[in-house]
Design a binder for this molecule. Structure first.
Ligand code: SF4
Ligand code: SF4
Length: 373
């Protein structure tokens, strides 16, 4: 059964791959684009205008570190002028005084600030940047002072999962409206570092209990979102709400993708904004249509009652683990290779607990790395 094509409502704009941090779980591709490949101000503004024409209601301004773009105020103002809701996703390091206020004045609606740890030493070590934690605290204070709603984003993995209660205290102390406890998704740099990042099962169970208790205790005070870890799940998440269903993303050079890791699917090729128009990519691009709706599904997804709930899960995870982007996401208990997830968890534990391999991260950086299988 074909699903009707609706306009997109959300867009993630990766304005740059440059970043002062080097998180080993970064969702950016292994091959990072240099500054000279980034779209210029006029092209981003034209793209945003087309996105608004197409129906996009909210734009997440991300990177790398989007505040490294000197024209960010202009880009925010362009979106605000079209009535588009803007969310700035920042690492909060190196933002010069007065700029957060300028973003707010340009019309920014919301700021999302990531913390690599709840403890200063963890933040500095995971981001590989001394003093990062202090700078983030200052960014949070300035965002609140500028009247911006604040979300704290905590990407969770083996090396900070025990800090979940402290993340909750940190978000409360900073006056955040929302805390996102987001277990790392194994794509991009996180796939390369999977063995070092994968938490242990007991820690995942403890984390879920702590979050559930805090959600109840702090209802009405702070919203706590919980992004569960795929490898420990029974059902997969609806990746991006379904492939090319209501959102898309744009890389720093204007390549338009259905999701972060879509370029890891070798059978697909992706088009760039200008010369192609967003409306034509959204409707007609073979890559966008490859896994849209349910027609592409094989069994067990094809006959499953959840096929319009999770849309078969993540195509990039199916590619990475099953070697077939059209397979059922192996995170699903109905996948014929679901048992491989447990094997990968056990294998990660074995490798990560070898003393010489502890914290042997490949930090995110420009330059070739070999992706682990
Ligand atoms: S995950 Fe870390 S390295 Fe990647 S963009 Fe965010 S702050 Fe920078
Ligand atoms: S079989 Fe497919 S549609 Fe059904 S729950 Fe699993 S991934 Fe989702």
């Amino acid at each position: 059964m074909s699903t009707p094509l609706l306009p997109p409502i959300g867009m993630l704009a990766e304005l740059t791959h440059r970043c002062p941090l080097q998180c080993p779980y970064c969702s950016n591709p292994l091959e990072l684009l240099k500054a000279n490949r980034e779209l210029d101000t006029e092209t981003w503004l034209a793209l945003f205008s087309e996105a608004a024409d197409l129906g996009v209601l909210q734009v997440h301004l991300s990177g790398g570190e989007p505040t490294l773009r000197r024209d960010l105020e202009q880009l925010i103002a362009g979106l605000a002028g079209r009535g588009v809701y803007t969310n700035l996703i920042t690492a909060g390091v190196g933002i010069v005084e007065g700029r957060i206020e300028a973003f707010a004045e340009a019309g920014l609606d919301h700021l999302q600030l990531s913390f690599q740890g709840a403890r200063p030493a963890t933040t500095d070590r995971i981001g590989n940047h001394k003093g990062a934690h202090e700078k983030k605290l200052e960014t949070a204070r300035r965002a609140r002072a500028a009247g911006l709603p604040l979300t704290i984003n905590a990407p969770i993995h083996r090396h900070n999962i025990e800090e979940v209660p402290e993340f909750i205290d940190l978000a409360l102390s900073l006056g955040a409206e929302r805390l996102e406890i987001a277990n790392v998704q194994y794509a991009g740099w996180a796939l390369t570092n999977r063995d070092q990042l994968m938490p242990e099962r007991e820690a995942v169970d403890r984390q879920a209990e702590i979050v559930a208790e805090a959600q109840e205790r702090l209802a009405g005070i702070i919203n706590i979102d919980f992004v569960t870890p795929d490898y420990f799940a029974i059902y997969p998440k609806p990746c991006m709400g379904g492939w090319a269903r209501d959102a898309f993303m744009v890389t720093p050079d204007g390549t338009v993708l259905p999701c972060h890791a879509a370029q890891t699917i070798p059978s697909l090729s992706f088009e760039r904004f200008e010369p192609r128009r967003l409306s034509s990519i959204w409707a007609d691009s073979p890559a966008f249509n490859a896994f849209r709706g349910t027609d592409w599904m094989q069994e067990p997804c094809r006959g499953c009652e959840r096929r319009e709930i999770d849309w078969g899960g993540c195509r990039c995870q199916a590619m990475a683990i099953a070697g077939d982007a059209a397979a059922t996401d192996p995170a699903c208990a109905k996948s014929p290779i679901h048992a491989r997830m447990a094997m990968l968890i056990d294998e990660a534990k074995r490798i990560a607990t070898v003393p010489s391999r502890e914290e042997a991260f490949v930090y995110r950086r420009i330059g070739a790395v070999t992706e682990s299988a």
